[in-house]
Design a protein around this ligand. Sequence first.
Ligand code: ADP
Ligand code: MG
Length: 325
Amino acid sequence: MSTATLPDTSDNQAAESRWAVETHGLTKRFGENVAMNGVELLVPRGCAFGYLGPNGAGKTTLIRVLLGLTHADAGTMSLLGFPVPRHRDLALARVGAIVDEPRFHGHLSGRENLQILAAAREPEARDRIESALERVGMLYRADDRVSKYSMGMRQRLGVAACLIGDPELLILDEPMNGLDPAGMAEMRDMIVSLVAEGRTVVLSSHLLDEVERTCDAVAIVDRGKVIRQGPISELLAGASLALQVECSEPDRARSLLEGSTIGAHIEVGPLGLGITLPAGTAREVIAEINRILVEGGIAVYRLQEIQASLESWFLQVTSRLGAPE
Ligand SMILES: Nc1ncnc2c1ncn2[C@@H]1O[C@H](COP(=O)(O)OP(=O)(O)O)[C@@H](O)[C@H]1O
Ligand SMILES: [Mg+2]
């Protein structure tokens, strides 16, 4: 397609954009309350991206602003390279979203609900209903009233409703909410398979564990601000290093290490020494710890590096998680 046929270059920009979601300085106030405070977000295409933060952090607000359901007070944003709200229609034709909980007509069947939604879309949407129902494992309940569905079934029908638009980007607000462990596992598998098809999935969540298990990259949001973002593996590389040491004379072992030049935080616990080293500590320091102990006459039975979890990392960057609102 030549650029001359386009009203402007937005379609070309969209094709070239690396980012499924891009925001700069996005701000939203409710009276005195700043729900979103200069959000800078870059979501790469083709990944599962977690927007992670405690309740009230401003996750739903971001999603509502992205979808044009409410306006931002300041900042700029684009979806799949289309600046919104300027090209909202072009962008949203390629986006499927579930905000808060998926809402359906309870007295109609799952299939009828999708037919209503498809009627408001391009003609192809109707042809995708059966495959979408099959895709989310709801074909067998498609003729039952939605009012009889469990929360997990509603969530799955919500994803089916997204899929009838064949979206490049899915935005799911707390998709694990209200699901039992089996339902969560199904949702997780579904998200992973959507990404495997080349789609981008952005999900908001306050569940660290789910984000860690489902997503490739994450943004941590707290009090309306994105504190950190990036691939989970890279963020964890910036976490402090934790060691567990099982040894004789743990109290004397601690004194030996505290008297050395190793800048470690050391606790004596039931399993031996718990040693925390600052982010970026060279692995040679682990060997050095072993040497100091052995030369000090301490018997070292076990020295193990503890894998940093997203949770421990998250707790390092914000201590507010789980605190009452
Ligand atoms: N429509 C609204 N009117 C007033 N305040 C709101 C509204 N929506 C959200 N808020 C406030 O904005 C903040 C962020 O809310 P929300 O985006 O729902 O957080 P999250 O989805 O992360 O739990 C909260 O303090 C919430 O009370
Ligand atoms: Mg929310």
